[in-house]
Write a protein that binds this ligand. Structure first.
Ligand code: KG4
Ligand code: ZN
Length: 334
C-alpha cells in the first residue's frame, strides 16, 4: 500500500507548528515554536503580537519540518490546515502558508477544525477505538463529544461561558501566578487541603459546563479576605478549586459514558496535562472498566501533529477546500 504523507499547519493561537504525519498515525516530524515566553510578559496572549510572530516564524518552521522528515514537497500528498476556531490574525498566517503550498505544488488543501485536531492527538500513538466519548479541555474549549466512528462528531455538551483552561488562568491571576497559570495551580493543588467552600459549577442534568461562577467565587473570596486583612492560603485555594473542577468534569463525563453505552474515553486539549484530572479519571475508568486514553504531554497542547492525524481522515473522506477558504474565529465542530 502506498504511504500517505500529510503536511499539517497549526497557528490558531500562540504556537507556530508544522508537522508531517504518515498514514494518520506516525509522526515523521513535528516542529512547535511556542510564543509563550513573549506573551507571559503581558499576562495572556496578545493577538497582534501573535500574528506578527507567526509571520516571522512560519517559513523557518516549514523548512525545519521538511528537513527533520528528510522529505521534499514532492513527497507530500496533501496539506492540512487549521482554519478555525482561534484568533483570526493567527489563523490567517497558517492558512495563507497552506494555500500557497497547495497552489505552488498543486496539492489538495484539507481544512481541519482545531478541536478535531485535539481529539486526533489520541490517534498518534495508537488507533482510537469507537464508539467513544471525547472530553476536550483547553484554554479556549470545553466540550463533550460523542463519536460513533472516525470523523463523526456529535457535540453533546460544551461550556456556556469560560473554558476550563481560561478559568484556571484567571484563578491563577487572582492568586498572583503568572500566565499560563493552569500548570501552577495544578502543582499547588497537590500541596494543599480542600478547606474553601467553593460552589460546584453547573451541577445539573445537562452535559454543559459553566466555570464563570466558580471563578467569580474565587475573586470574591480574595476581596473578602483582603478586607478582613487575612491572607489567602494559596495551596488550599488551589486544592479546593481543582477538586470542584475535577468533580464536575468527571461527573458529567462518566454520566455520558453510561448513557451513550460507550466504553472508550479520550481526553484532549491543553488542560488534559492536569495531574489531578488525569489521576481522578484514571481511578474512575479503572473502576468502571472504561478504556481511557490521554495523549502524551507534547500532544496535549497545540501542535500540528494532531492536525495531521485528523487531516489524514478528512483527506481520506474526500474533504477538500478551494483557495478561497477563509478562517473562522468560531465554527461548529465538523
Ligand atoms: O490546548 P491549549 O494548548 O491551547 C488552547 O487551544 O487553548 O491549552 C492551553 C491551556 C491554558 O489555559 C493552560 O493554562 C492550560 O491549558 N493548562 C493547564 C495545565 N497545563 C496547561 N491547566 C490546568 N492544569 C494543567 N496542568
Ligand atoms: Zn488548542
Amino acid at each position: 500500500m502506498k504511504e500517505t504523507y500529510i503536511l499539517a499547519i497549526e497557528s490558531s493561537c500562540d504556537e507556530t507548528s508544522i508537522a508531517i504525519i504518515k498514514n494518520g498515525h506516525k509522526e515523521i516530524s513535528n516542529i512547535v515554536l511556542s510564543q509563550m515566553d513573549t506573551h507571559s510578559n503581558y499576562g495572556g496572549v496578545v493577538p497582534e503580537i501573535a500574528s506578527r510572530m507567526h509571520i516571522e516564524n512560519i517559513t523557518i518552521v516549514l523548512e525545519q519540518a521538511l528537513r527533520d522528515a528528510n522529505l521534499t514537497m514532492e513527497d507530500i500528498d496533501a496539506i492540512a490546515v487549521t482554519y478555525g476556531p482561534g484568533l483570526v490574525g493567527s489563523l490567517l498566517i497558517g492558512l495563507q502558508a497552506a494555500k500557497t503550498l497547495a497552489y505552488v505544488y498543486n496539492k489538495p488543501l484539507v481544512p481541519v477544525h482545531h478541536i478535531a485536531g485535539h481529539i486526533y492527538a489520541n490517534n498518534l500513538e495508537k488507533s482510537m477505538e469507537f464508539p467513544l466519548i471525547a472530553l476536550v479541555i483547553s484554554g479556549g474549549h470545553t466540550e463533550l463529544v460523542y463519536m460513533k466512528e472516525d470523523y463523526s462528531f456529535e457535540v453533546i455538551g460544551s461550556t456556556l461561558d469560560d473554558a476550563v483552561g481560561e478559568a484556571y488562568d484567571k484563578v491563577a491571576r487572582v492568586m498572583n501566578l503568572s500566565y499560563p497559570g493552569g500548570p501552577k495551580v495544578d502543582k499547588l493543588a497537590h500541596e494543599g487541603t480542600d478547606t474553601y467552600d467553593l460552589p460546584l459549577p453547573l451541577d445539573d442534568d445537562s452535559y454543559n459546563f459553566s466555570f464563570s461562577g466558580i471563578k467569580s467565587a474565587v475573586i470574591n473570596l480574595r476581596h473578602n479576605e483582603e478586607q478582613r486583612g487575612n491572607e489567602l492560603n494559596l495551596p488550599n485555594l488551589a486544592t479546593s478549586f481543582q477538586n470542584r473542577v475535577v468533580e464536575i468534569l468527571t461527573k458529567k463525563t462518566m454520566k455520558a459514558l453510561k448513557e451513550y453505552k460507550v466504553k472508550n474515553l479520550i481526553i484532549a486539549g491543553g488542560v488534559s496535562a492536569n495531574k489531578g484530572i488525569r489521576e481522578r479519571f484514571s481511578e474512575l475508568c479503572l473502576e468502571e472498566n472504561i478504556n481511557l486514553t490521554i495523549p502524551k504531554l507534547e500532544y496535549c497542547t497545540d501542535n500540528a501533529a494532531m492536525i495531521g492525524a485528523a487531516g489524514y481522515y478528512a483527506y481520506k473522506l474526500g474533504r477538500r477546500a478551494d483557495l478561497d477558504l477563509n478562517v473562522k474565529a468560531t465554527d461548529k465542530l465538523n
